[in-house]
Design a protein around this ligand. Sequence first.
Ligand code: 5RP
Ligand code: MG
Length: 220
Amino acid sequence: MARPLLQVALDHSDLQGAIKAAVSVGHEVDVIEAGTVCLLQVGSELVEVLRSLFPEKTIVADTKCADAGGTVAKNNAVRGADWMTCICSATIPTMKAALKAIKEVRGDKGEIQVELYGDWTYEQAQQWLDAGISQAIYHQSRDALLAGETWGEKDLNKVKKLIEMGFRVSVTGGLSTETLKLFKGVDVFTFIAGRGITEAENPAQAAREFKEEIAKYWSE
Ligand code: 5RP
Ligand code: MG
């Protein structure tokens, strides 16, 4: 079982805040995410800045794309995104178009990740795999967490089942270092943390603490 990667999500409401956070934590993490909140504010310029700051890192555009997959993927890929997210309710043609476009620009590095929110089925998940998409993001929504939802056994079971099906599964949504141990023994691909890193007093130290916690439960 490989050690899970650490991804930081930059969900700032302004470009400067996102860039400042990226500069302080970018070198501590494996993957840098242009977060949905910031993309909606400033557009894919954020992706372009991240790519120029971190030419060697994997950059994700968390567009949660629902339609026009080919155009949205191309726009983000030319600015430097390796991976882009599609919402699970997008149609298969949207996902296929996004995958084709991102691969045309980024080559083998280009991937689409399906963001799992709300209702979805394992039959749909099989269709995503059949369409060539093998990354899924298991997400506890920010609003659901604020409304009192917590991480638990039900989430673990879904994550495990998706992994068994053949997905590389990332996990996200209000993660703290304490949440990670819940996934001990599970072949998580990437832990994605936003506020747990960027809103810490010392974001770089917080990122290191996430990595140390991951290393406690997953050997290399
Ligand atoms: C919200 C997102 C966030 O990027 C993701 O949930 C990580 O942020 P946080 O750790 O602050 O919840 O995609 O839709
Ligand atoms: Mg995100």
